[in-house]
Design a protein around this ligand. Sequence first.
Ligand SMILES: O=C(O)CCC(=O)C(=O)O
Length: 287
Amino acid sequence: MILSADEIKRYKDTGLIFPQRVMTTDDAANYLAELEAYEKNSGGPINGKWRYKSHLVFPWFDQLMRHPAILELVRPILGDDLMVWTTHIYPKEPGDGRFISWHQDSAHWGLDSNQVLTVWVALTNATRENGCMRMLPGSHHNGQVEHQDTEDPNNFLTRGQTILNGIDEDQSVWVELKAGEVSIHHVDLFHASTPNRSGQRRVGVAIRYITPAARQTRIDVDYATLVSGEDRFGHFKEEIAPVSTMSSDAIAFHEHVADLQGQIYLTNTDRNSIAGLQDPQRSDTNS
Ligand SMILES: O=C(O)CCC(=O)C(=O)O
């Protein structure tokens, strides 16, 4: 499971690694079943604010981001001390038109470090047809580039933030994954995803790992969860893990942290942070 020296070099060169199997198809189906049990009770596909910082309200997600096989993949890249800064759930329903424009995760996260990566876990298969991610290998070497806010209610991204120049789609790779596999991508990597044109839903979850040395630059107080090793810096306040799905304590804590996330993502816009993030028609938050 541990990455080979060649794979680590490939990550440094290209900014991505895939596919890596971290669990069985059945385990992935069990995580999906947990999500779908909630969706059944709540009357539809997960959306709005519950799609981000989701590990604060779903115990299954808190468990997933601590999964030993995932941490084993991340440690050789970021080191033994690891925190999760945020998590996201990305459901694409057949024909719902939702997509993600070309962007870098770093554009609106406010973190002062690029020792940050995403592990994207496929809970269903992710294919070209159902809207898997596309990535531009090596694009993370550009550092942070300019993004323009665009308006499209089908774009998952908070601000529709889009890189308008320098994307050569012919150079991109389609990150097809089987359920239970993951991809890893660097916080500065250019990536996107197209709508689901299949007859089945596509669901993946993203876990954003940082090192405790990172700092939030857009607000004074930010939160993260230590999942490996030690935090010798204290730059992030500790999060509270949920004891049950959507318990009232978890909901209250999520609201507090979600408000801060809104302030980070929507810096320098005239949008009201939490209103924008809660509107299920807009995207709630982003990668
Ligand atoms: O799930 C997707 O289609 C894209 C997710 C993404 O952009 C990310 O995890 O950074």
